[in-house]
Design a protein around this ligand. Sequence first.
Ligand code: SF4
Length: 432
Amino acid sequence: MRPTTLELRPELPLCQSDLPLDWYQEEFRPYAEEYLALPDRRPETILRYLERYVDPAREHFGDALLLLAHFYMGGEIVKLVEHFGGGVADSYQLALQARNSPEKKVIVESAVHFMAEAIAILAHPDQTVWITNPKAGCTMELLAKDWMVLPVADQLLERYGDDLLTIAYMNTSGRLKALAGRTGGAVCTSSNAPKVVEWARAKGKRILFVPDQHLGRNTAQRLGIDLARVPMLPAPGAGAIRIEDTAGGLDALDRSEMILWGSSCGVHTIFTPEMVRTFHEQGFEVYIHPESPLEAVLEADGSGSTSYLWRKVAEAPRGARLAIGTEGHFVENAKVLGASRGVEVRHLADVPGFAQSGCGCATMSRNDPPHLAGMLDLLRRGEAPEANRVLAGDVLDDRTLEVDRLDDAERAELIRDARLSMERMIEIVERG
Ligand code: SF4
């Protein structure tokens, strides 16, 4: 992982908003109370607070400790994690960290649950993976739970048999990654989705693409697949899905090259072609994440993963003006990076009359400084709550924190299948 090059500047206030005390697990409340009583949210103040807990934990675990955060993490926590020797990356790079660093035995992640689970799927048996706040779910994944998708996959498999394979976007639970493995498919991320879909097409297979309809449609369009042959299944969340209720019925499915699951990301669906045109009229180049609607992506100058968007800002010439369509905290950090290089960066939704400008991933932001402090301190003291431990196959209720955990034999089977789908992705990317 390359450092982000972001700086922790004392005068920069944290944009992470405080969570109410009753949102913290009981074990984390003392850390939250102390945090909420701090006089301000400046990095200097937060650093002093964190050092009291992070430094003893780093000393206790030494090189065995690995701190990780995703680019979308709220406020300045990516900088704080980096400051304490951790790594910040996109979901693909995060997933590889445990696998590529066998000397790291205790992995603490500040991001959403499916990302931590992906790390756990590829982890070595003596590595443990922890999430600082297990309530950090993903709204896209929430509408593609295993109990929603697996019965539909069974109907499709009954109709198409071995002709159907599943491509599971990284934003899925391990149980869906295992479905991809079982059906001869692979995992993909927003950066490698075109390569993975091409790989599946070369096999002559029909693809079930879960869960993000926009990434699936954008990828199909980019590869020149006729969108009339990319039907979407009935909307998830409103009861059991029957495949014959797909728009166009079974005929549409029989003619399909790729079948889309109907979930999406609330953070990325806000972008419109009008927003892109507004920024073009002001002389901005526009780059957008492919979880956004196709119409907006088609108007933009380029589309790609968070790493792609970060590179666009990092490599833009002095004086460039860029509007970035993705998660708000990421864009805030990109603005800081741009300003340090004489590049103006704006959020694509920052247009007159649009109230949600700069909206960040609210669930990811639930991993705030008190969660990082508490997690590390509780781990050091051997008192970490089991709900924060992430094992492959876990399904967590993010309200009650009840975990539906597989037994050892079931977990071993899931890891075998899910790993297969992830290893296929890694092979496709590395070969490419
Ligand atoms: S930005 Fe969207 S897709 Fe990404 S973790 Fe947040 S809710 Fe999920």
